[in-house]
Design a protein around this ligand. Structure first.
Ligand code: ATP
Ligand code: MG
Length: 442
């Protein structure tokens, strides 16, 4: 390895008996238990692994359950009618119980032999050290050591209720540390997404990133540009849906990981744009998640790209484009560039555009316009976005409040608000017209 990095620590298998850990069967979902039991009964080894064990040990509630087994994907598939084989890079089995999906993976081997194995068809690495395919099966210990972080390599056995620790994960869990298994640089080169995962877990679990694990990130961050845009889109959603969005954003920025995800945003910020709207939106998102509400990807992306959109919108107006065509041109350009970094499925990019376009319609309320705007399918999201802009100090407060009241008012109240508007309008029009043009894109 470059610079002869110090060799990874040696690991020893440890078994933690049931009376010395907090994993109890009652917090494991019925479907997960069913899969574990059936695999065991059919003579296979099967363990709960990954986030499921980690989050229970931390006293939390896992959002999903992953299972590792020595059964091959085909054997698992044969055991469960409600299962499907998926994946190419990793062949795994999804066992489906209504809305709950249990992910079952077969023990994988050769964690530290990427170089020697380049010729092996089942385990391929690219010239950058990127792991392209990883379907060599192995022992449980090998499986543990090819996982990303020590705290993600803990196994729970439902037969004897022990937790099995191959990489000092328990110790790192106790010290609240995210530590890569093996040589960090090699592991990041194999899969640069591990850098994002380090940030995600550090923010979500409120852990530190251990110094050797942290050290190579800034330098290797650009490797993320080799990752397929669709995978990065998924990772962005995971990063910002874990309830610690603002903290995650700060960490991504600190480690140089925001640029490969949102290159246009970083460019706008470097040129002096404010990120207060992004922060405000992420604070809102975090509050929503804390209340058990969901976050919509299009709202998130509308906010993350807003500084870039504004910069481009302004640039076009400075070049003489009228405000509306400038906005449309800017939307096309910003989205076009973004999808090269992280894809944005059409079902999200459409609503995202609408949120942006509605920002221009929300101030125009005279006559029937307010009613028309309110029936737009994206009105609610656009109104929320307006409130975020106001809270971020981007707009004079007032318009958001007007819309809040307008939605709550009865028909007569609404008429009154509108006629109030038209009596105000002639006076204001003169003063307003020019600043409005400039102010909207800021
Ligand atoms: P959560 O589900 O809460 O996001 P998790 O740790 O379960 O966290 P998953 O993405 O569900 O994360 O992955 C399950 C497990 O698979 C991880 O705990 C880890 O052991 C392993 N794993 C996932 N992604 C990678 C990766 N890129 N490199 C190595 N191991 C990985
Ligand atoms: Mg998981």
């Amino acid at each position: 390895m470059p610079g002869g990095r110090k060799k990874s620590r040696t690991y020893q298998r440890r078994e933690i008996p049931r009376d010395q850990h907090t994993v109890s069967r009652s917090v494991i979902s019925e479907p997960a238990k069913k899969v574990l039991h059936r695999l065991n009964k059919s003579g296979f080894e099967a363990y709960l692994v990954g986030g499921g064990v980690r989050d229970i040990l931390l006293g939390g509630k896992p959002k999903d359950f992953d299972i590792a087994t020595n059964a091959t994907p085909e054997e698992v598939h044969d055991l469960f009618r409600n299962s499907r084989l998926i994946g190419r890079r990793f062949r795994i089995v999804h066992v489906v119980f209504g809305r709950e999906v249990i992910e079952v993976t077969t023990f994988r081997g050769n964690a530290n032999d990427a170089d020697n194995d380049a010729a092996d068809d089942d385990r391929k690495t690219s010239e950058h050290g990127l792991l392209l395919r990883d379907n060599v099966y192995g022992s449980q210990e090998e499986d543990a050591l090819r996982r990303d972080f020590t705290v993600n390599a803990l196994y729970y056995c439902i037969r004897d209720f022990t937790v099995i620790d191959f990489a000092n994960g328990i110790e790192d869990l106790r010290n609240r540390q995210i530590r890569l298994i093996g040589d960090p640089e090699t592991r990041y080169r194999e899969d640069p997404v591990r850098m994002l995962r380090a940030i995600r877990f550090a923010a979500k679990l409120d852990f530190n990133i251990e110094p050797d694990t942290e050290a190579p990130i800034r330098e290797l961050a650009p490797l993320l540009t080799h990752i397929p845009a669709a995978r990065l889109f998924d990772e962005v959603l995971k990063l910002f849906s874990a309830g610690q969005g603002e903290k995650t954003y700060d960490l991504l920025k600190d480690y140089g990981l925001l640029a490969p995800l949102f290159p246009e945003t970083v460019r706008a910020l470097d040129a002096g744009a404010s990120d207060e709207l992004i922060r405000q939106a992420l604070r809102n998102t975090d509050a929503r998640i804390a209340q058990g509400k969901s976050v919509t990807p299009y709202f998130l992306f509308a906010a993350m790209l807003w500084p870039a959109l504004q910069a481009e919108w302004q640039r076009r107006q400075d070049n003489g484009d009228p405000v509306q065509p400038a906005l449309h041109g800017a939307i096309g350009k910003v989205i076009g560039r973004q999808v090269q970094a992280t894809s944005i499925p059409k079902r999200f990019s459409g609503p995202m555009k609408e949120i942006w376009e509605l920002q221009m319609r929300l101030p125009r309320r005279q006559g029937k316009r307010a009613f028309a705007t309110m029936t737009h399918p994206r009105f609610r999201a656009a109104y929320d976005f307006l409130l975020v802009r106001e809270a971020a100090g981007e707009l004079e407060p007032g318009l958001g409040q007007w819309w809040t009241e307008f939605q709550q008012a009865d028909e007569r109240g609404q008429e009154r608000m509108l006629s109030q508007l038209s009596t105000d309008a002639p006076k204001k029009r003169r003063r307003r017209r020019k600043p409005v043009k400039r102010q909207t894109p800021q």
